[in-house]
Design a protein around this ligand. Structure first.
Ligand code: TXA
Ligand code: MG
Length: 319
């Protein structure tokens, strides 16, 4: 029997019994458990094979619940939350005493967001506890944007995937923290820097390990296909470098056809960044399962969401 289901009551019962349920969000699917259940949280780290030094994001039903999670909200964090929640913004703020250390990997701050997916919001409203939910992929693999992706990863390891369809945005949330009340982007993501600046003005970006050992999740190699993956600004030229190989290409927008390529995916015929972003992880999943020797991915235009995608691609490419 498939573990994919839309039964919220079943999800509620499992989560209330310290079990894990994969949940849909507008960014990517999450592997969720009760933040106060040590058993569930340990199971999240074990199931994902995630190192314990990498903290989890807490998901809440509404901004009204934030005082149970954090001890202080800077003014600019309030402005961001009021504009972007429910939505793809994660705030890193001083944690309240009741948040278990395993959630924050011992750090004094906690990451929190209100996701924007009707099923998951309905579930969160019925639960008596918030949900910790990292992306529902094994450590270092591509994040899942459909229930089927999660099933491919964890079929034998979890009891249920709440099916909320394909994730609308298709890339993880943007993470914003504060140092001395100044906002800093720890992870580029689903909300473009330009949109954040429009609300709170200038913001610095520290999304590389060498810039910020405080953002432990930002490892150089991450979000990666198993198949060798290279980036390109000129696909038709670069194809020639790999004679006699089974090549898959993922192009941002439509270019000329090539008959040496086995698989070709165009992310957005009309060159729309949001559309292309929403389809990228699915395309990587598909080509990674297509028995290829190499995947060549076209670099996105370096603006808006394109910046977030190029950040992910630079971590997905084979070193
Ligand atoms: O879109 C998303 O954010 C998805 C969905 C499921 O909500 N979740 C997600 O979680 O991407 P995960 O665990 O894959 O990524 C969480 C990131 C990691 O890079 C982690 O290091 C960072 O958040 N993080 C969590 N708590 C932090 C903290 N206190 N300080 C700095 N970074 C933190
Ligand atoms: Mg992740």
């Amino acid at each position: 029997m498939s573990i994919i289901s839309t039964d919220i009551q079943k999800a509620k019962a499992l989560l209330s019994a310290d079990k894990l349920v994969a949940i849909p969000t507008e960014t990517v699917y999450g592997l969720a458990g009760n933040i106060y259940s040590e058993k569930a949280i340990k199971a999240i780290f074990e199931t994902k094979q995630r190192p314990l030094f990498n903290p989890l994001i807490v998901h809440i039903a509404s901004i009204k619940n934030i005082d149970t999670i954090v001890s202080y909200v800077p003014e600019k964090a309030k402005q961001l939350a009021s504009v972007f929640w429910p939505g793809s913004l994660t705030l890193v703020l001083p944690k309240s005493d009741t948040i278990p250390d395993i959630i924050t990997a011992g750090k004094p701050t906690v990451a929190v967001r209100v996701p924007n997916h009707p099923l998951t919001l309905k579930l969160l409203k019925q639960l008596e506890f918030p949900l910790a939910a990292p992306s529902a992929n094994p450590f270092n693999r591509i994040s899942p944007t459909t229930a089927a992706h999660v099933e491919g990863y964890f079929k034998d390891k979890i009891e249920m995937i709440l099916d909320g369809g394909a994730c609308k945005n298709g890339i993880e949330s943007t993470i914003v923290g504060f140092e001395h009340d100044e906002p800093i982007i720890y992870r580029l993501g689903s909300i473009a820097i330009e949109d954040i600046k429009a609300v709170i003005g200038e913001i610095s970006v520290k999304n590389k390990k060498e810039h910020n050992p405080e953002a432990p999740g930002m490892l150089d190699k991450h979000y990666a296909p198993i198949t060798r993956t290279v980036l390109s600004t000129n696909i038709s030229e670069d194809i020639k470098k790999y004679p006699n190989m089974r090549i898959g290409i993922i192009e941002f927008t439509s270019h000329s056809q090539s008959n040496v390529v086995k698989h070709q995916i165009t992310l957005s015929n009309r060159g729309d960044l949001a559309e292309a972003t929403s389809k990228l992880y699915g395309a990587l999943h598909r080509l990674d399962n297509s028995d290829l020797d190499i995947i060549i991915v076209e670099i996105f235009p370096d603006t808006g969401l394109g910046k977030s995608i190029n950040d992910r691609l630079s971590r997905a490419k084979t070193k």
